[in-house]
Write a protein that binds this ligand. Structure first.
Ligand code: DSN
Length: 415
């Protein structure tokens, strides 16, 4: 008989089926992507998509909030409990909006903000010039130490003392090492700045206890909800109670209208899953897998920014191999290995064909892969990198990748 979607719109149905098969049959190494549980998907696709809930629980601009109020309060409560935060706002539609709302809560347009430069692992919304965060605010960008590929807290402090930012941003999108949030807190306090942490990439590692938590050290912490945290696509802001009114007002009515209640309900489910002991084991395995993949890649002569990893991601600087990121990412995709090309520190290549490749282990770890599979994946990456123009080799790797994917199906239940 088929599903309602199939009967209503066969074209979209087939495209979604194609994507589902593609996801099942490829190794996902994009460090910002994951697979959610069936429970999270069910909540995302629920009747809550039909409901407008502008405002906050008990103070809405629409009636009929008997259940949505409870759902939003539950999501906030679970977020505060999981991360030990004093307050939570689960309404941001994305991480970028969470960041803009957080800056708007603590600074005025034209004030100075200071974040990690995009080619050094920062996010667009950490004040990069093409982002509105780099246009609405006066943006100062710090960089990694070129000799170590790591954050240089002395240099960050020097820059902060020179520019006296209103907001100092910690956090990154492509930094493979632990971030010392206590150092950022110290620097922010020394210059009278607010400290905002964007923990989007590592939220699941923080929840799982394998990365230092920024919560005790930052005024406001933003995150996406779908990366290592393994929830639906969305954003969230955690804050110290003194910033509650400013943050809430900045999200609504400052930046957004109605929250996406279907996403918020799915986030509540994901937060429940992330509080389980099995999630801590998941977070530990993500890091073990990333370290093993990094070790093998180093053995194969790949140059890794900072020389390795201690979180979920790896940034390969391909310049010593005479390769560019884009052709290698495309060849790997033909072999059913998904990753993304990325700028690396000191990159002179254009951002659309940069010199780096970014890999991560959150998704493969969700599928149950362990160190042994990381050895195999590293060998496939090496083989494809050495055979960029040899479609027979790439096809052979692709068949082996699909065999492995069949052995590790995408799970539906995480409890
Ligand atoms: N684009 C996301 C990432 O992949 O890291 C961040 O927005």
């Amino acid at each position: 008989m088929g599903s309602s979607l199939e009967r209503t719109d066969r074209q979209v149905y087939e495209l979604i089926c194609g994507e589902e098969a593609r996801q099942a049959g490829s190794i996902r190494l994009i460090p910002s992507e994951n697979y959610v549980s069936k429970a999270v998907r069910e909540a995302t696709g629920s009747c809550l998509t039909n409901k407008y809930s502008e405002g906050y629980p008990t103070k809405r601009y629409y009636e009929g909030q008997q259940f949505t109020d409870q759902i939003e309060m539950l999501a906030c409560q679970r977020a505060m409990e999981l991360f030990g935060a004093e307050g939570a706002n689960v309404q941001p539609h994305s991480g970028s909006e969470a960041n803009l709302a957080a800056y708007g809560a603590l600074a005025e347009p034209g004030d100075t903000i200071m974040g990690l430069a995009l080619p050094h692992g920062g996010h667009l919304t950490h004040g990069w010039k093409v982002s509105y965060t780099g246009k609405f605010f006066k943006s100062v960008q710090y960089e990694l130490d070129p000799s170590t590929g790591r954050l240089d807290y002395d240099r960050i402090e020097q820059l902060a003392k020179e520019h006296r930012p209103k907001i100092l941003i910690s956090g990154s999108s492509a930094y493979p090492r632990q971030i010392d949030f206590a150092q950022f807190d110290r620097i922010a306090k020394a210059v009278g700045a607010y400290h905002i942490c964007d923990m989007a990439h590592i939220a699941g590692l923080v929840a799982g206890g394998v990365h230092m938590s920024p919560i005790p050290y930052a005024d406001v912490v933003t995150t996406t909800t779908h990366k290592t945290l393994r929830g639906p696509r969305g954003g969230m802001i955690l804050f110290k109670q003194q910033h509650a009114a400013a943050v809430n007002k900045s999200v609504f009515p400052g930046l957004q209208g109605g929250p996406h209640m279907h996403t918020i309900s799915a986030l509540a489910v994901a937060l429940k899953e992330a509080a389980l002991p099995s999630f801590q084991e998941y977070a530990r395995q993500i890091v073990k897998n990333a370290k093993r993949l990094a070790e093998r890649l180093l053995e194969y002569g790949f140059h890794l920014v900072s020389g390795g990893t201690d979180n979920h991601l790896i940034l390969i600087d391909l310049r010593n191999k005479g390769l560019a990121g884009k052709p290698l990412a495309k060849a790997l995709d033909r072999a059913h290995i998904e990753c993304n090309y990325n700028s690396v520190p000191g990159d002179t290549a254009p951002p659309f064909n940069p010199s780096g490749l970014r890999l991560g282990t959150p998704a493969t770890t969700t599928r149950g892969m362990k160190e042994e599979q990381m050895d195999q994946i590293a060998l496939w990456i090496k083989t494809v990198a050495e055979n960029l123009d040899n479609e027979l080799v790439i096809e052979k790797v692709g068949r082996q990748v699909q065999d492995l994917c069949r052995q590790f199906p995408v799970p539906e239940v995480f409890v």
